[in-house]
Design a protein around this ligand. Sequence first.
Ligand code: DGL
Length: 290
Amino acid sequence: MHDLADQPIGVFDSGIGGLSVLKALMAELPHERFVYVADSANAPYGERAGAFVSRRTLAIADYLTQRHHIKALVVACNTATAAAIHEARQLYPRMPVIGIEPALKPAVALTRTGRVGVIATTGTLASAKFAALLESMHGQADFVIQPCPGLAHAIEQSVELPNESGTSGPVYQLCQSNLQAMGPFGHGPGQIDTLVLGCTHYVFATTALRELAGPDIPLLSTGEPVARHTGRLLDSQGLRSESRLHATLPLLLTNGALSALQSAADRWLGLPAQHCQIADGLAQETAHKR
Ligand code: DGL
């Protein structure tokens, strides 16, 4: 019987966006083992009904607990957290289930103009969870909220292209049209001086976003605070791994194209291709029902 503390931590996202969170987790918790699932066959989640995203979240939680015996689950997806974190916690009351939400509170602490931009998926921004978060920040800043349909998908598609830094590709174009729609960025009165990246995929569009918003506009993502929170939860439940001899590279699984996951793992985490595998038994939902 294995010691529960030596079991891996499960991490998942609709696709490759959650690798931005995995990167922070690996840096913060170098002695833990991670199993990452990219549900790419069912991505993107952002424009789907909450019931679909919820079903996927619970299916992946089941897969990771049954097949990989995880000791904790990090939902590295704002859209899935918004749709299903409560349900997942109810189903696994003894397992730490960590979610992610747009960094509104840190943005309020940082803004000087009082105008904060928030970009995320349609699903996240339409959720009751986001409405409650916004309500809790009432009066503390003006939030300019912009859903970016298609952007996570474009980032997902761009990973196998050799050069995504040009201004003509769909990632750049979508970042441009969405940021333009939000109004001017800058440090003058009435300008947006802080931008919250409320989708884990958007971290991988940082080059375009920085160029478009301006080099001195902070882009706030949540990987690092989530990683620190995960460490604290492991400690509080006596689940931190005792195997301190060496770090173990993560296992990355996908039910989409293996080559896409391999490119993303190489490009963003510097991980060799052999750590990526097809997720046996994790199916695509039939006919993409909503
Ligand atoms: N990466 C996810 C998020 O943080 C979802 C993107 C998508 O699948 O639309 O919201």
